[in-house]
Design a protein around this ligand. Sequence first.
Ligand code: HEC
Length: 217
Amino acid sequence: MASRLAELLRAGRSIVSNYQTLINDPTIGDKKIDSTRFVDEAVILYAQRVGQEPLSGDLTERDRRLLQAQLDAMREVLDEHQDDINRKGIGFKGFVPAIFARLINEKFAAKVGEEARVRVTAPEQLVRNRKSLPDAWERMIIQDVFSDPKRPKGEAYMEVAEVDGRPAFRMLLPEYYTDSCLTCHGEPKGEIDVTGYPKEGGKTGDLGGAISIVLFK
Ligand code: HEC
C-alpha cells in the first residue's frame, strides 16, 4: 500500500514533468491539460510502471479510500491551477513537479491525515521549503541508512515506528538526482535557478530526496 501511494505520486509528478515545456509556453493559452485528462494519464502511467491500475486488485476498504483521496487531491490541484497553467504571455509559471507533489500531499493530509501521510523530504542541507524538512526519524534514516554505500540504490527502508505518539508503518524511499534535476539543483552551487532558489550543487546520482509514507495502525 505504501508503495502504491509512492508510485502514484511519482506518476503524477512525471505527468507534470512531461508537460513542463507546454505549461511554460507563453504563446499558448488553453493547454488542454484539464484535471480529468491529467488524472487519467497518471493512472495509465502508473499501470505501465506497476503492471496494474492503482485501484485494482485485492484492496481493503481503507486502501481504496487512501488511493482515492490521492487521486482526488491531484484532480483538485489541477482544477485550482487551470488559470495559472493557461495564462498566456507568461513563460515559467512555477508549476513544477516538486510543488505539485507538495500541494497534493497537503490535500491528502487534509483528507485522510488521521490514517496516512505522504510527504517528500530531503537531506536537511538540501531542503528548499521548510514544510519539507525531515522529522527526526527521516533525518536518522537519511543519515545512517541511505548514506551506506553498500546499500542497494533506490531500496525503500521500512519500519514500525511512532508518529505523533501513534504506532505506524513508515516507509522512506530514496530518490536521486538525474540530469534533468540539475538545471535547478545542480551546479554552480549558490547560483539562483529559474524558481528563485539557490542551486544546491548536486550531481547526477546524488541522493536528492525521499518519499515518506506513514500508514497509521
Ligand atoms: C525547475 C526547477 C526544478 C527542477 C528541474 C527540479 N526541482 Fe526539485 N524543487 C524545486 C523547487 C522550487 C522546490 C521547492 C518546492 C516547494 O516549494 O515545496 C523543489 C523541491 C524539491 C524537493 C523537496 C524538498 C525541498 O527541497 O523542499 C525534492 C526532494 C526535490 N526538489 C528533488 C528534485 C529531483 C529529484 C528533481 C529531478 C527529478 C528535481 N527536484 C527537479 C525546483 C526544481
